[in-house]
Design a protein around this ligand. Structure first.
Ligand code: HEM
Length: 467
């Protein structure tokens, strides 16, 4: 009887409006042949905040309202599970926490969260600062126009390694970096297992990464340095109620997963921040004025930044928040309905993909006035609940968000206080790799400012655009 009622109910409900495109390919070609934001927002205009489509042969329901995103990610998260293509899961490792839901996910998440909490990352400020200065110095010393996104990737990688391993032996760091970058290249390529293809190379690099990670783990166990408070320390130290520890595969997959989650996201956000600062001189002046106060009080950068100082950068912090809103690096996420779900009078059938559209929410004029205008002052007041989700929402929300914000603040502090950045081409379209990045990764040259005396008169000169 209960089942009949269920069936009847299912029969009574209608699917959300929208078009499913051609059989099999659905609307994939439309999505990939135009700016995905145009694709989503034109659908939203036509059908409203909930609509169906078909991407890569999968029927999907897209959700463009804060209430719907909250329903899927927070209040009814148990009705949806994370879903990723098998080819990606194979590269990162099936034990990485973001592929899981329930008991295992909760356990792993607690470990990741505590290693990335403000308490844990506070003591990393001087090390992150050293990495930031070294990255900016070597970019400036090269004297060359470089791809800003690639430079920021190097920075984000080093900070990720620091958060995971603490201080890591140079030989391991070198091997990790070499293999990680091959894996990263293959992640977004066509998943072919033919030898010589980027995907196949990435699979081989993944195997080598496992070996390196297992060596690091064994060395730590031998030297009995398990109790380090970095992520690896937390993973090695873990015992469940039956005194079971995590397997080496579980540890290796989660280390690779966190490194992956940390890198392109943060690098893409930083690239956009540099672009927005470059495009708007008033903005740059205000950020520079705020940072120079701190720079001078630290004896022109001779003393290390403190955690407290990073909490006293309100303007720069708002620039970061507004950049995250404008660029919406993670434009949407995927879940899959594990049962038939009713939402707002519509049926979301079991097995369908569900996509909360963060970018559409961040660019909704009813939630963010004049959403196309870059205006950090909009964050002087907290945004309405569930409307600002650069780091997601609910049980899978980003555990690295505090570290991401901290490393952005530290890099911007040094960039605007001590360097001049000459962007060679700031106009043009957006590139998806898969995160949105300015065209060609924002090519730019960096100059170190040798004369600190005239810094105040330099306001506004930190970024110049070549004709
Ligand atoms: C600007 C930088 C970043 C952005 C915009 C960002 C964004 C996000 C978002 C939106 C999610 C949720 C995805 C979903 O619900 O499907 C997420 C998850 C995650 N992020 Fe980040 N992230 C950033 C940096 C970082 C950093 C620095 C780390 C680690 C050091 C990190 C580690 C993770 C992990 C492990 C997850 C999976 C959490 C889970 O499934 O429970 N992220 N991130």
């Amino acid at each position: 009887m209960k089942n009949e009622e269920k069936q009847k109910k299912r029969g009574d409900l209608k699917l959300p409006p929208g078009s499913m495109g051609w059989p099999c390919i659905g609307e994939t070609s439309k999505l990939y042949s135009q700016d995905p934001n145009v694709f989503f927002s034109s659908k939203q205009k036509r059908y409203g905040d909930i609509f169906k489509t078909n991407i890569l042969g999968y029927p999907c329901v897209m959700l463009a309202s804060p209430e719907a995103a909250r329903f899927v990610l927070v209040t009814h998260a148990h009705l949806f599970k994370p879903t990723y293509p098998k080819s990606k899961e194979k590269l990162l490792g099936p034990w990485a926490l973001f592929f899981h839901q329930g008991e295992y996910h909760n356990r792993l998440r607690k470990l990741v969260q505590s290693s990335l909490s403000p308490e844990a990352i506070k003591k990393r400020v001087p090390d992150i600062e050293t990495i930031a200065v070294s990255c900016l110095d070597s970019w400036a010393a090269s004297g060359k126009v470089a791809n800003t996104f690639h430079q920021m990737k190097k920075y984000a990688f080093e900070v990720g390694v620091l958060a995971i391993f603490g201080h890591l032996d140079e030989k391991y760091r070198y091997e990790l970096k070499k293999n990680y970058f091959i894996l990263d290249k293959g992640y977004n390529s066509f998943p072919s297992s033919l030898p010589g293809t980027s995907y196949h190379n990435a699979l081989l690099a993944r195997k080598r990464l496992n070996q390196i990670l297992k060596e690091i783990i064994r060395e730590r166990k031998e030297k009995k340095i398990i109790l380090e408070r970095d992520l690896l320390g937390h993973l090695l130290d873990y015992k469940d109620e039956k005194c079971q520890t995590l397997t080496e595969d579980q540890i290796a997959d989660n280390v690779t997963g966190v490194l992956f989650a940390a890198q392109d996201t943060t690098a893409s956000a930083l690239t956009w921040i540099i672009k927005y600062l470059n495009d708007n001189h008033k903005l740059l002046q205000s950020a520079k004025a705020e940072q120079l106060e701190i720079f001078k009080s630290n004896d022109g950068g001779k003393k290390h930044l403190t955690w407290g100082q990073t909490r006293q950068m309100p303007f720069t912090f708002r620039v970061i928040l507004e950049s995250l809103r404008m660029a919406s690096i993670i434009s949407f996420t995927f879940r899959e309905a594990v049962v038939d779900v009713e939402y707002d009078g519509y049926l979301i059938p079991k097995g369908w993909k569900v996509m909360p559209l963060f970018r559409n929410i961040h660019h909704n004029p009813e939630l963010f006035k004049d959403p196309q205008i870059f205006d950090p002052s909009r964050f002087e007041d907290a945004p309405k609940p569930n409307t600002f989700m650069p780091f997601g929402n609910g049980g899978h929300a980003c555990p690295g968000n505090e570290l991401a914000k901290l490393q952005m603040l530290i890099l911007i502090h040094h960039l605007v206080s001590n360097f001049r950045c000459s962007v060679t081409s700031s106009q043009g379209s957006v590139q998806y790799s898969p995160f949105p990045v300015p065209q060609h990764g924002l090519p730019a040259r960096l100059y170190k400012e040798s004369n600190h005396k005239d810094k105040d008169s330099d306001l506004g000169q930190i970024c110049t655009q070549n004709p």
